[in-house]
Ligand binder design. Sequence first.
Ligand code: ARG
Length: 624
Amino acid sequence: DKTDPSLLNASSAVFAKAINIAFPSARSLGIDIRAFRCKDVKHGDYQCNVAMPLYQKLSALGSLPPGVKSPQMLAQSVVDVVVAMDEGENPILCELSVNGPGFIMCRIRPAFLEDGVNDIIRDGAPTRPKRCGGGGGAGDDNVVVVDFSSPNIAKEMHVGHLRSTIIGEAVCRILEYAGMDVKRVNHVGDWGTQFGMLIQYLKEEYPDFSYDGNDDGGTGSSAMPNITDLTVFYKNAKSRFDESPEFKRVSQLNVVSLQAGDGECLRIWKMLCDISRLEFEKVYKRLDISVEECGESFYNDKIPSVINEFDQHGMISVEDGGAKCVFVPHSKVPLMLQKSDGGYGYDSTDMAAIKYRIKDLRARHLVYITDFTQADHFKMVFAAAKMIGWVNGDSHRLDHIGFGTVQGEDGKRFKTRSGDTVRLVDLLDEAVSRMESSLRERASEGKANISEDEVHETACAMGYGAVKYFDLRRNPTSNYVFSYDRMLDTKGNTAIYLLYAHARLESIVTKGKAEHGIDVDALMAREDGGGKKPRIVIEHKSERNLALHLRFFADSIDETLNDLFPYHICDFLYDLAIAASEFVTQCKVLGSPEMESRLFLCRATAITMRQCFDLLGIRHVMRI
Ligand code: ARG
């Protein structure tokens, strides 16, 4: 059995072992024996601060061993036990010392760091944390539903949906990496009240309309509507809705007819969905998003029995107008399961959806990714699902990731110059075209490693990567200012900087082969590493620092699995790139006596970076 690749877990385990030996009574005191990373590497790699609380507890109980007169002395006796351990018991810690009031400081053993790099070279991938890669087939407890992207039919996808899409894709990839059976669900808004007016508008504008469901838009009917731009159609319908009370009235009736299965309404509805779907799919294709549509309409026929179930539990209160509501603890507003006109809304659908996900999909973990304004809605949905007993707090985990607003440089909600919401496609086009010109400029300076026909594809990888990374690298709950200049900067914590750093490492590896005859790929492919094992020798300070950073990968995954915030991986990736750039500036790689070991270190770093890009949904490039 190998040591836990998580340095946090492995070093904590050594301290726990030592404390149990030195102070056997400590175990029952419920003190958390955790090690953590030192803020300043000058003082150590890891530290453990357990000596102070442990000293207090033991002295209060009068059970301090004679001779231990201070937290420092207690810390020293822990250190003595660790130092006396053999390598089997303590494969990872060295250079232990006691600092200040009793902090135990330590370093990670060079051999442990070397093993880590060798493992990456041997496996062609960074070592997974223990929590990862488990899971099993269907029927296990590992089904997770991630509800993300979820735009609304007939409305344009906007930057808010972009956030949900980008964060959702990364969350899915990370959960999949951890061995979960992830159901990626696109809960599209295909059943809302907007259809009332859209259907009415279509009926009035295209009276001869008929649609057979082929994606040619309609049957032989001469009045086939040419609705290429659904947003314009939506705007027109909306203004008539706002202007004409009669139009408004019949529109509302359409919603009820649609939900009751009226044939004509359904036909129009289906056509509008088909047109929208094609637009959404274009965005998903560009951004490498995979998500399966299971929209609001899917739950329509499941809602009556849900209402019935709440009714049987005596949890429905009927309002004056006849609306059926469910009140949950700590909320003055109720969930509305049925409106007074008999129609169903957002709440109805979400209650049917949560039941379906738990009972039919057998999910243990549900993740919803929307903007923060929906936090109260999901609190109520979760509370109601617990109240009725579908969800059990101990065996189910429910998460709502409520992300912040995307702002323009003026600090207000991100808009175009004319004040319209920014169309997602335009925004993506802009990122790519800016990237293309920057790559061409580079080529004109003679710095490019790619040919002209690779420019577009490289610009797409970098441009989309930049947009994604700019979002993922921060806590999703915070707002951010959308800025091309900042996200496309070649310096700082951007995808562009990282993609360049990665390509630079690979270009060193390529030169190693071309100019010095050391073929890392061939050595990696051979079981024996070319007669001798790929031996990593860590000596220089910046080699050591890079190898140590590679070891943090497992912890960044663990952290991400805890709160589902991908920025932990971004932080890790950025720190790794900085450690790598310091390494290649401080240590001569090509033509040095340590060349082989150092080329492997470059490759191991590149492999780990690629893994991170992949988890974030960012395409990497080998050359720029
Ligand atoms: N369509 C909604 C919106 O655009 C998001 C749906 C989120 N998922 C859900 N199950 N309510 O805001």
